[in-house]
Write a protein that binds this ligand. Sequence first.
Ligand code: E4P
Length: 214
Amino acid sequence: MKFFIDTANIDQIKEAASYGLLDGVTTNPSLVAKEGKNFRELLGEIVKIVDGPISAEVVSTDYEGILKEAYELAKIHKNIVIKVPLIKEGIKAVKTLSEKEIKTNVTLCFSAAQALLAAKAGAAYISPFVGRLDDVSTNGMELIKQIVTIYRNYNFKTEVLVASIRHPLHVVDAAIMGADVCTMPFDVIEKLFNHPLTDIGLEKFLSDWKKLNQ
Ligand code: E4P
């Protein structure tokens, strides 16, 4: 399973990349707004840090506008993936972009029916938001199970990119279900490393070793 980081923060991307396990980056307009930097310059920095898919989201909601933004963003670097919202105009644009071999990540997916549309349009990635579903008392990971099954049934090439991840259990469940990618906030990546028994065990090993006086 691929690990993406879900942030536009350069320090977090650098730190996560230094572990050697990072396969890509996803951003969204809210994450970019938090950084207060020029979007294109920010993408230019990110592509230098991570050699993998970097999702950059359009803010137009009409077919022509989405395509115009997509072509401009795609010019920045070969690794830029165009993030498009799951609306009618977005799906139309995804179909056109996939015919031109421009990769897309269809975002704001909250149902299996929507995921089916994205795959049929030729999206490279579908982003179901598990945390936001959990927030409204709907099992987000159940949606991942459904999408993985549907895509396998028809051998769709669209990769299931689990988004809106809130904790390590989302990541473990995604891996058990066979999702292709998890995009995680920095703090979730950090939490994957942690186990209290590891800390206690290491402390004991080191203190026992110290007693040996070698
Ligand atoms: C997906 O690509 C989005 O950037 C993201 O995962 C949304 O997460 P949130 O629900 O924590 O904002």
